[in-house]
Ligand binder design. Structure first.
Ligand SMILES: [Zn+2]
Length: 440
């Protein structure tokens, strides 16, 4: 379960603000090894500030509307590479919160809340795409407090929260010091290969000071370590033929099975944690045909780039060996031979947030303020891209509880959503700071 207790209501608000004041002051502001531009803004005024208070209070009054928004967004299909319909809906919502909104060439929706300076930018993002193909039923079902639909949590929660946080800032007339970009990005899942976030980092890298990724539900973790991964596709091809008359001819599916058995017997270390998954296999045209093609998609992940490279090499060797075995055992090699190739479908870079990063300090201060505890996690998210570029980034859940991500039984429950929203907003404002006229 996720701790979701609200701050002690007996504490009067002045004391709570004083508490955050102290926490934010204790952030490593003067850390000598931080360049000047990376210093967190003096956030002492943050929670003591009437606009911030008003933005935080907006959530409690609008929880039902946020649930409705999440349902509406989830019911707009957003299969990989087909996010544009959902993007258009987000664009409208962000524009209605007073943001200047554009959709970039990659398909990312970018809503700008101009800060006192445009030379420094912080990003709050949530990915638009789901893992589900276009034919998937995405109508949201209700079971008590629970909402069920593919993508309801990942990333219905992130998107609904992105929009809600933009709205809360707008309603409360928040004017940040650094410019905030509210981004709904494409291509986070699978073969999207983080293309939305890659384009965003390419475009804004010199000005970008921090990226906060809202991904899924919960408030129990903060991803500061980017898990490196590779997605690989092996293809084996041959002449193909008739199951009876051409029996003995080399068979690509046989070769792929031989190769797969070799590969799944590969030993991977427990530490550094290294994993692989044979996720998709296809080939053949009918039961009585020797296929001319067989394909296999494999996902490999590791805490170590070295192990990742080793495992990819092992896969290549196993495919080569599987093809060799099949050729050697083929009775009839006169009708052709097997060919194979292994292609990289995607590669996600690793990286890690510095332990004394101002962004992590802001998250910790927000956690403290809302009475939350979260553990550091390593995972593969949009934050991989900024982290691998040396830009401060985290990925967090956007509140509430959820489960069954990437399955047809995915669910979400809004219990504790308000805390998640406050946590995200305070972290965001912790790194954006407030414009001077508001920082009083
Ligand atoms: Zn996600």
């Amino acid at each position: 379960m996720i701790p979701s207790h609200a701050p002690n209501s007996v504490l009067n608000s002045a004391m709570k603000h004083a508490a955050l004041w102290v926490i934010l002051l204790s952030m490593p502001v003067r850390s000598a090894n931080l360049p000047i531009s990376a210093r967190p803004v003096p956030s002492a005024q943050l929670a003591d500030n009437p606009e911030v208070r008003s933005s935080l209070a907006w959530f409690a009054r609008n929880l039902a509307a946020i649930n409705e928004q999440q349902i509406r967004l989830t019911e707009i299909p957003a299969p990989p590479f087909q996010e544009s319909q959902r993007a258009a809906a987000i664009k409208t919502l962000l524009a209605s919160s007073g943001l200047e909104v554009q959709i970039d060439n990659t398909g990312n929706v970018i809503g700008e809340l101009r800060g006192a300076t445009e030379k420094e930018i912080v990003v709050l993002s949530a990915h638009l795409d789901t893992v589900f193909p276009p034919s998937t039923e995405v109508k949201v079902r209700h079971e008590g407090a629970r909402l069920l639909a593919p993508g309801i949590s990942d990333n219905g929660t992130g998107l609904a929260s992105l929009v809600a946080i933009a709205r809360a800032c707008h309603e409360a007339h928040i004017k940040p010091r650094r410019t905030i970009l509210f981004v709904a990005d494409v291509g986070e899942e699978g073969e999207g290969n983080l293309r939305g976030m890659r384009a965003l980092i390419d475009a804004y890298k010199p000005k970008l000071k921090a990226v906060i990724v809202l991904d899924g539900s919960g408030t129990d973790h903060v991803t500061t370590k980017a898990l490196a991964s590779r997605r690989v596709e092996a293809t084996i091809t041959g002449p193909g033929g008739h199951s009876w008359s051409d029996f003995g001819m080399p068979n690509p599916i046989n070769a792929l099975v031989r190769a797969s058995v070799r590969f799944i017997n590969t030993r991977v270390p427990v530490a550094p944690r290294t994993t692989f998954n044979l996720g998709q296999i296809e080939g053949g045209t009918s039961v009585n045909s020797i296929p001319y093609e067989a394909k296999l998609k494999v996902d490999i992940r590791s805490e170590s780039e070295d192990e990742l490279a080793k495992l990819e090499l092992a896969l290549r060797e196993c495919i080569a060996a599987g093809v060799r075995d099949e050729m050697e055992s083929a009775r009839d090699r006169s009708k052709g031979k097997l060919d194979w190739k292994v292609e990289l479908l995607g590669s996600r870079p690793g990286g890690e947030l510095h332990a004394n990063s101002p962004l992590l300090a802001a998250l910790r201060a927000a956690d403290e303020y809302v009475g939350n505890q979260s553990r550091i996690e390593r995972s593969s998210t949009d934050a991989n891209v900024p982290l691998s570029n040396g830009i401060d980034a985290i990925s967090i859940g956007a509140g509430g509880i959820g489960g069954g991500a990437h399955s047809l039984n995915e669910w979400y429950e809004p219990t504790g959503r308000e805390m998640g929203l406050k946590r995200a907003l305070l972290t965001l404002l912790g790194v954006s700071g407030l414009a001077e006229e508001q920082a009083r």
